[in-house]
Ligand binder design. Structure first.
Ligand SMILES: NC(=O)c1ccc[n+]([C@@H]2O[C@H](COP(=O)([O-])OP(=O)(O)OC[C@H]3O[C@@H](n4cnc5c(N)ncnc54)[C@H](OP(=O)(O)O)[C@@H]3O)[C@@H](O)[C@H]2O)c1
Length: 249
């Protein structure tokens, strides 16, 4: 997709950038020449992670953002406006997974997961849209999961159909629909038609989210995220992809 072409002068924000997939996405974008705002809900963790990447010679700056705190979003938007005047790439990566027992209904768990994965993602997107609109080729990547796919998880014998993921998987299905709704809205409006938004799944990668049980690395998972974050003008919008290509919803 981007073919690894240099992207000097662009600014990207990655939520949950302090570890796992987010950290590897920050690293890979910065290696392409993008100035990366590494967002972390904890200032110290963000500074440590950004420091690690800066030691590698990369242009990475920590910013504080808890995606469940709207007041931080407006402060961050103002910070970006003053610093860069626009935002070229938003990677909505921050996410949590809490087990949900289907035999013990627990709306609170559902609410907590949706608060971060769905409401947080939608709120951050809304707060940063005016800055994205100022960019020439703005790109939003919503990090979803392969378990979000109603088609794939419903296939007989699907390995995705594991227990206890109701809250997590359904939150990511909502992320997919948010992606489609934004893509349709952008396509309808002449003012927003330059914007592309896609959903990316990294596959099963070894991170804290799953106790490092995934067989792939976070760096491998970041490839599709970076590809979609750096799409050329003729690239897709409103799609759901892993690193091999489009997936069924
Ligand atoms: N691992 C997989 O196999 C896999 C597969 C498919 C999709 N994904 C998705 O990939 C994304 C990254 O997950 P990961 O695997 O890299 O897990 P991870 O290592 O646990 O990282 C999650 C990141 O999200 C941050 N976060 C959580 N709640 C937040 C909040 N309210 N505000 C801001 N940041 C918050 C965490 O910050 P703290 O360090 O402060 O907790 C951390 O930086 C998630 O959206 C996840 O659903 C992962």
């Amino acid at each position: 997709m981007s073919g690894g072409r240099p992207l000097l002068g662009r600014t990207a924000l990655v939520t949950g950038g302090n570890k796992g997939l987010g950290l590897e996405t920050c690293r890979a974008l910065a290696m392409l020449g993008v100035t990366v705002l590494l967002a972390s809900r904890d200032a110290e963790r963000g500074e440590q992670a950004a420091g690690l990447l800066r030691d590698e010679g990369l242009d990475v700056h920590p910013v504080v953002l808890d995606v469940t705190r709207p007041a931080q979003m407006s402060a961050l938007a103002e910070h970006i406006r003053q610093r860069a005047g626009r935002l070229d790439v938003l990677v909505n990566n921050a996410g949590i997974m809490l087990p949900w027992d289907p035999w013990a209904p627990d709306a609170d768990t559902l609410r907590r997961v949706y608060e971060t994965n769905v409401f947080g993602l939608a709120s951050v997107t809304g707060a940063l849209l005016p800055l994205l609109r100022e960019a020439t080729a703005p790109r939003i990547v919503n990090v979803t999961s392969t378990t979000s796919s109603l088609s794939l998880i419903s296939e007989p014998g699907s390995p995705l159909a594991t227990d206890y993921i109701l809250a997590y998987a359904s939150s990511k299905t909502a992320v997919n629909m948010i992606t489609v709704q934004y893509a349709l809205a952008f396509a309808r409006s002449p003012d927003w038609r330059h914007m592309k938004v896609n959903a990316a799944t990294p596959g099963f990668i070894a991170t804290d989210l799953n106790g490092h049980t995934g067989p792939r690395t976070a760096a491998e998972g970041a490839r599709v995220v970076v590809d979609l974050a750096t799409l050329p003008p003729d690239g897709p919008s409103g799609g759901f992809f892993n690193e091999v290509g489009p997936l069924p919803w």
